[in-house]
Design a protein around this ligand. Structure first.
Ligand code: PMM
Length: 388
């Protein structure tokens, strides 16, 4: 007898083992996907649901750990699938069906495109958003691109380096940054957005929490709204995005840049961030934003300690489990400095590595200062783990 451990982090290990033993390509890929180990945490279970789940697990040989109101189920995707079907699930578990069905469908067939206004951005390869902060005080590149000409020139460089999207912001989100009025923010970002959109090399995203700024930016040619407050700052934001059919990035944070550090308290950061983002996308969809226009972002550095950012990066697939494309913005952030000792100006290599790790864990969009370096690291990550 010989024993070989097959890699569990990639379905390709099972596919290759079957294919090399004569299985046809399609059934081998299908079986590999079906055998992929999944772990799902079910919460808000009634006692009857919990009991029925424990019985089902005992009958089917599935591992389940459970406590009051919750159950953690670990099994292959193919074992879980019958629970989502009304004709196969035990009647007491009928309530799980819809949510489980949505999860399994998104897991089996993740979004391959992001709809932003009248274009569709392919997610078959990493999408890089180059950062242009038109602010005097952003933490990572404050003051460098504070004039329209300097900001447009920077956008051109980012596009030449491979950015498909240019993310233009006019308000610093560092703690202690002063309040910027909508008029001031518009005066900073709109001339840059108009010029970059007109040149046509990239889609333009506006990094703002204010609906009035988003409206002005969209009028000037932006196609995406990147709201770091996760729709919490301005009650008009979701409707503005819905009406214009813009793409929407909803980022996770708690409080405001001034209060967020005190709110960095989690019992299980990835699960709680996912849960809070689930509430945000429900609000977006409730206001009429279509599902295919939404991207979620765990908000590295916003209301998270360095240790929490690292947990979140490692467990990023939990955010992907929401069923929306995932964007990450680790660029030059403090948690990278905590691991490397590098100063803010010297964190682009660490950023590139973080992007590669995020790709492996399911991220498809990357908000980046140094586009060329991140692109190189992502080429390596994609070569090692292509999209199936
Ligand atoms: N980080 C910053 C600003 N905007 N938007 C998204 N979606 N995700 C982020 O992580 C994010 C963001 C702060 O960084 P900067 O001051 O370097 O722009």
């Amino acid at each position: 007898m010989r024993l070989t451990q097959l890699a569990s982090a990639t379905p390709d290990a099972v596919r290759a083992a079957l294919a090399s033993r004569g299985w046809e390509a399609e059934p081998a890929a299908f079986a590999a996907a079906g055998l992929e180990p999944l772990r799902v945490l079910l919460e808000d279970l009634s006692e009857a649901e919990r009991e029925a789940l424990v019985h089902w697990a005992a009958r089917t040989g599935v591992d389940v750990l459970t406590g009051a109101g919750w159950a953690l189920v670990t099994t292959a995707a193919s074992r879980l699938a019958p629970l989502a079907r009304p004709d196969r699930a035990p009647p007491a578990l009928a309530g799980l069906g819809p949510e489980l069905g949505r999860f399994l469908a998104a897991h089996a067939d993740p979004s391959r495109e992001w709809a932003v206004r009248d274009r569709r951005i392919s997610l078959a390869a990493p999408v890089l958003l180059g950062i242009v902060n038109v602010t005097p005080d952003s933490f990572s590149d404050g003051g460098q691109f504070a004039t329209t000409a300097a900001a447009v020139a920077q956008a051109e460089r980012l596009v030449a380096a491979g950015a498909q999207i240019v993310d233009v912001g006019g308000e610093s989100t560092r703690p202690g940054a002063g309040v910027v009025s909508a008029e001031e923010e518009i005066a900073r970002v709109v001339p840059v957005i108009r010029e970059v959109a007109q040149r046509g090399g990239a889609a333009v995203s506006v990094d703002t929490r204010k609906a009035e700024v988003a409206r002005a930016a969209l009028d000037a040619g932006a196609a995406i709204v990147n709201d770091v407050s996760g729709l919490a700052f301005d009650p008009e934001m979701a409707r503005t995005v819905a009406k214009t059919k813009a793409g929407l990035v909803v980022m996770h944070m708690r409080g405001t840049p001034d209060t967020m550090d005190a709110l960095a308290q989690y019992r299980h950061v990835a699960a709680e961030v996912a849960d809070e983002l689930r509430g945000v996308v429900a609000r977006a969809e409730g206001a009429g934003v279509e599902r295919e226009r939404i991207v979620v972002d765990p908000g590295f550095g916003f209301a998270k300690t360095a240790a929490q950012n690292w947990r979140l990066l490692d467990e990023l697939a939990t955010i992907g489990g929401l069923g929306y494309p995932v964007l990450v913005g680790p660029s030059r952030k403090r948690f990278l400095g905590a691991a490397t000792g590098a100063t803010v100006e010297d964190r682009d290599r660490a950023t590139a590595v973080a992007c590669a790790l995020a790709w492996e864990r399911g991220a498809r969009l990357f908000r980046i200062h140094h586009v060329a370096l991140a692109r190189e690291a992502l080429s390596v990550a994609v070569a090692a783990r292509p999209i199936p």
